[in-house]
Write a new protein. Structure first.
Length: 259
């Protein structure tokens, strides 16, 4: 059996005066080396997509983190400078893919911006600059460190007993590398909170009525997916779900075999 394929929606980036469709290397590497799957980058366009045509050709959906944020208009809030930067093409690509993947029981893993997109796609809302709220810690990345320091595992989250993630990582406390300034405010009706930070910030969710693997995490398991136990377990479980989905699909018969 060939390796199954997961779709990863791209971000829009500008380099040297040109527009690029981009995905950070760490997500592609984790998909290949920790989940054991191939990854196809999906270009980000604001219109013209056939979402089902994409999902017809893949076996899973991995929604990555990003420096941009979901546009507040998509969850009923007026945008201001604190909410940015934005990437409307990423929003227009990811949110429909998330909804259709859930409808079609395509395995889904959503990370950082991805968990926020998942929440918004299913009717939830977000809050910005959470470090300014009473009792909430500063979850932003530390200043003056390299990327390994930025993604260092430094925060404790509590995985709820009986949750989907508890079935993968076990219940109780785990250490993660969560760095963000936005978070879930109103949890979408179809989402179950799976893990929370010590200050009560939602750090993981699952889709209640999903017929396949459908989990979102606020932290970054992709960065240490090959060396950190819980990060590796999460990607391995996603990979297993993707392989099961691929194995259950009807085989594609080459045209010459039909002739």
């Amino acid at each position: 059996m060939t390796k199954p394929i997961v779709a990863i929606p791209s971000d829009i980036r500008s380099f040297d005066g040109a527009t690029w469709h981009a995905v950070q290397h760490q997500y592609l590497r984790a998909a290949l080396n920790a989940a054991g799957v191939m990854a196809f980058m999906i270009p980000a366009f604001e219109e013209g997509y056939d979402t089902d045509a994409i999902l017809d050709r893949v076996d899973g959906l991995l929604v990555s983190g990003s420096a941009s944020n979901v546009h507040p208009s998509l969850y009923g809030t007026e945008a201001n400078d604190k909410h940015g930067p934005f990437d409307p093409a990423r929003d227009a690509t990811s949110l429909p893919l998330i909804c259709r993947a859930i409808d079609r029981a395509v395995p889904l893993l959503a990370i950082c911006r991805g968990i926020q997109e998942l929440n918004v796609a299913l009717g939830g809302s977000l809050t910005s600059e959470i470090q300014e709220q009473p009792g909430i810690w500063d979850h932003r990345r530390p200043e003056g460190v390299d990327r390994d320091g930025m993604y260092a595992i430094r925060q404790t989250v509590h995985v709820k007993e009986g949750s989907c993630i508890a079935g993968i990582l076990g219940p109780g406390e785990i250490r993660v590398n969560s760095l963000h300034r936005q978070a879930i405010a109103r949890t979408a009706p179809r989402l179950q909170v799976e893990a929370i930070a010590e200050d009560g910030t939602v750090e993981a969710v699952s889709v209640i009525d999903a017929k396949a693997f459908a989990i979102g995490v606020q932290w970054h398991p992709e960065y240490w997916a090959e060396t950190d136990k819980s990060s590796n377990q999460l990607f391995a479980a996603f990979g297993d779900a993707v392989r099961s989905y691929a194995a259950a699909k009807l085989p594609i018969i080459p045209a010459q075999a039909i002739a």
